[in-house]
Design a protein around this ligand. Structure first.
Ligand code: UT7
Length: 317
């Protein structure tokens, strides 16, 4: 039987750091409010000369090196992003060029904060149908480029970064299941409207935060049950929760549902903020580098985001 297994992980954060104290200087907010309502203390922000493709490329290089494969062995590139450098070409094509690879298929997908789970799910099917052997799956976003820094309800949340994995065919268990979903009917609760202001298109995130919060918590509850039931596993079997990092209170609610101590949750939101499609691979990489996540551990990844989209991946690392 063919399985798909994560062979290497890498991540990258831009150097510039924006702290809550920095935001206090320009917004009617406080470090105390942001910390207590979101868990965020600081986030990384791209410089004026940096693009999402740079974050994706830096993360990809590390994942390829950690997987110990050559770039020629990569036969598919998938990038999950909501903030591509341009409408086209895709970031995946851009990363392909930067890596010096030719001919393999490369495409972007857009499922906002659930994008990395969507990407893993697609890659898993390519491997299990023997259409590819080594797939580079990247989640990268520069959310600062679509954030209105005069809107205190949004400016405090978002950060920039990139994370990547090499998913390879294996005779050992890796991805046990992926589940992905969408429901487009609540678009107005979380979206980037096309606001035409004085003939200039201003595209920034608009969110009804407290309503999104409630739907996210309820949906993530169901994701956990769905993943466990599909694999005939119990809550206690999970070694690590590697969640999308939207709000520490959402992470705590999911951990409670899993009857899991927060010690078993990889938390990066305090230093990264919400990096959308990048947040899960960034957290995964941090879990590995810190020595918490070890080969053989059972990991549940889950995400909820704009669309709405949501999903999970249960993985034997
Ligand atoms: O990753 C994609 C999915 N996204 C999410 O899952 C995000 C979900 N939502 C959230 O994380 C939270 O709803 C937020 C962090 C966005 C907001 O927290 P909240 O506890 O839901 O606050 P709220 O929107 O209900 O606002 C409470 C109060 C309001 O004041 P009044 O009306 O009670 O006087 C806001 O105006 O807090 C005020 N407020 C702030 N105060 C200080 C909103 N933003 C700020 C701020 N600083 N930055």
């Amino acid at each position: 039987m063919i399985f798909s297994k994560i062979k290497g992980v890498g991540s990258y954060l831009p150097k510039k750091v924006l702290t809550n104290k920095d935001l206090e200087k320009t917004l009617d907010t406080t470090d105390e409010w942001i910390t207590s309502r979101t868990g965020i203390k600081e986030r990384h922000i791209v410089g004026s000369d940096e693009q999402t493709s740079d974050l994706a490329f830096e993360a990809a290089k590390k994942a390829i090196s950690n997987a110990d494969i050559s770039t020629e062995e990569i036969d598919l590139i998938i990038v999950a992003t909501t903030t591509p450098d341009k409408i086209f070409p895709s970031i995946a094509c851009n990363v392909q060029t930067k890596l010096g690879i030719k001919n393999c298929p490369a495409f972007d997908i857009q499922a906002v904060c659930s994008g990395f789970i969507y990407g893993l799910s697609i890659a898993d099917k390519f491997i299990k149908t023997q259409s590819a052997k080594n797939i580079l799956v990247i989640g990268a976003d520069s959310m600062s480029k679509i954030t209105d820094y005069t809107d205190r309800s949004n400016a405090i949340l978002w950060g920039d970064g990139g994370g990547a994995v090499i998913l390879s065919s294996s005779d050992q268990q890796g991805i046990l299941s992926t589940h992905i979903h969408a429901d487009g009917q609540h678009e107005e609760l979380l979206h980037v409207p096309n606001n035409n202001i004085k003939n200039k298109i201003k595209q920034t995130i608009t969110m009804q935060g407290s309503q999104v919060f409630k739907i996210a918590v309820n949906t993530l509850d169901k994701i956990v049950d769905e993943a466990l039931e599909a694999n005939n596993l119990q809550k206690k079997d999970i070694d690590w929760l590697v969640p999308h990092q939207a709000n520490i209170r959402i992470l705590e609610a999911t951990a409670k549902k899993l009857q899991m101590s927060m010690d078993k949750v990889i938390v990066t939101i305090d230093r990264h903020g919400n990096t959308s499609a990048a947040s899960i691979p960034l957290a995964l990489d941090e879990g590995i580098i810190s020595g918490k996540i070890k080969p053989g551990h059972l990991i549940l990844m889950e995400a909820f985001g704009g669309g709405f989209t949501w999903g999970s991946a249960l993985i034997r690392f």
